[in-house]
Ligand binder design. Sequence first.
Ligand SMILES: Cc1cc2nc3c(=O)[nH]c(=O)nc-3n(C[C@H](O)[C@H](O)[C@H](O)COP(=O)(O)O)c2cc1C
Length: 189
Amino acid sequence: MSDVLSTIIARRTVYKFQSKAVPKSVLEDAFEAARHAPCHKHTHPWKFYVLGPATRKKLIPAVERLAKLKAGSSTTVSPEVIERARQKMLSPPVMIAVTSKRSADDAFREQEDYAASVCALHNAVLFFWDQGVGCQWSTGGITRDEDLYGALDIVPDSERIIGLLKAGYPESIPSVKKKDVDEIRFYLE
Ligand SMILES: Cc1cc2nc3c(=O)[nH]c(=O)nc-3n(C[C@H](O)[C@H](O)[C@H](O)COP(=O)(O)O)c2cc1C
């Protein structure tokens, strides 16, 4: 089997990470992989913001607010639920906000740019996996929250946060059932 195919097949979304740091050189090569993604009209609509400890700490009030909102009440939510939400922001060794350029006056361009940004994001994810680093692409409430845009100094009319990429060396690797090729591939005459 080719190296590329075996990397693609073996990759899994990882939810639990070791505390071991990911070297900056691995991050830089992941961004190198990202920038070579296919991109119609060469718009290069993607940006990657690596969230350091101070930025993540700044986001804790928003994370707590969203956890309370999700629980449906600010009075009955347990300290464990709040702490779990805080750790989701603080504990991943790497956290990257990925954005895609917006085009308010051109919905098709914005869609094409989103597709290109997803390719860039996944180039990075596959490279990380090749280096033994797992990722979770997250689109939780915080990714649409104005406090995240504020913390990253992003204007929502110009860039859309398409996800937070959490990354680190896996503590465990889940297994997932995918559709068989026979269910998704059709050769037509
Ligand atoms: C657009 C997109 C958004 C996702 N958002 C989340 C998320 O918010 N939380 C999460 O746990 N996983 C999220 N995932 C990961 C999927 O749940 C995961 O890809 C799926 O369970 C299949 O597992 P696999 O990646 O190991 O093949 C997202 C994946 C994609 C493509």
